[in-house]
Design a protein around this ligand. Structure first.
Ligand code: NAD
Ligand code: ZN
Length: 269
């Protein structure tokens, strides 16, 4: 745990810490959220790492770009199973909705997400930076044209573009660079954030894991929401709200929406 940081456990002191986080959010001009797989767990999408992670069941090499190019037909069934099974049916949960509410009410500038599930936009968030792209589109490796990842296309042995090129899901595979525009915008937001909400991210995936570190180095106050401590907790977190994203974020957005009582009101009781 970062020196001097506050650790809010679920019970007793938890409420006060949520109120404290809400106050920070209300007072700051530039609040940015950074989200990882954990925010979508309550929507039924498993994370990759950890006990219940997808990589315990499948070998992740099917989303290495070199292997995919060499053997697309061999990789495609696993891609379909992992990314178009639970992903396709998932709906936003209370945490996605809370972030959309914070933005709507003027408390949140943007969401930087590592997720590829589109649930922030489905919840109503307008300014979303998809650092790792998204699964909802397929992109041609030859001509770059994108098309929606419709069920018909997904059932093909290997989806092919009109130009004959290979289509892949429009998210970042192992061995591929982060899309330029997303990387630039994410680090720019991080450098200028006054408060960063870090929600459901282990901090182990690079370069995404640098984003909260850059924000902290430029003076941002880091509020982390996670049931478990992460790499960030020790390094940069100022206020740790321990718990599942849905419950904590719903409480936080509710409190941020409450207007501070003017002093005269307090005095007259
Ligand atoms: P990750 O870095 O995204 O870590 C998952 C984190 O979620 C862990 O710290 C865990 O403690 C936390 N968590 C678990 N349940 C939670 C809950 N209810 N509320 C809040 N936090 C919770 O790790 P990963 O899963 O290995 O992901 C690797 C990369 O792949 C990341 O970029 C991730 O965004 C992406 N990914 C995306 C999706 C998606 O789009 N939904 C799913 C899996 C992985
Ligand atoms: Zn093409």
């Amino acid at each position: 745990m970062k020196n001097g940081a506050a650790w809010a456990n679920d019970s007793r002191s938890g409420e006060d810490h949520v109120a404290r986080a809400a106050e920070r959010i209300r007072q700051a001009g530039r609040v940015v959220a950074f989200t990882g797989a954990g925010i979508s767990v309550e929507s039924g999408i498993p994370p990759f790492r950890g006990e219940t992670g997808v990589w315990r069941q499948v070998d992740p090499s099917f989303i290495e770009i070199g292997r995919f190019r060499g053997d697309p037909a061999g990789c495609w069934p696993s891609i379909r199973k992992v990314f178009y099974g639970p992903f396709g049916q998932a709906r936003p949960n209370a945490a996605h909705l809370a972030l959309a509410r914070l933005e709507r009410e003027g408390h949140l500038l943007a969401v930087i997400t590592q997720n590829i599930d589109h649930l922030h936009q489905d919840a109503g968030s307008k300014d979303v930076v998809e650092f790792h792209g998204q699964a909802g589109r397929l992109r041609c490796l030859d001509c770059d044209q994108t098309v929606p990842a419709d069920p018909g296309l997904l059932l093909e042995t290997v989806p092919r573009c009109f130009c004959g090129g290979l289509r892949k899901p429009d998210f970042v595979f192992f061995g591929e660079p982060i899309p330029d525009a997303a990387a630039k915008r994410a680090f720019d937001l991080a450098e200028r954030a006054e408060v960063m909400l870090v929600i459901g991210s282990s901090g182990e995936v690079m370069p995404a894991g640098q984003i909260p570190l850059v924000a902290a180095r430029h003076g941002a106050y880091i509020i982390e929401i996670n049931p478990e401590p992460s790499v960030f907790t020790r390094q940069v977190t100022d206020l740790f709200l321990q718990g599942p994203a849905g419950r904590v974020m719903a409480a936080l957005a509710g409190k941020a929406a409450m207007r501070s009582r003017p002093p005269s009101e307090g005095a007259t009781g």
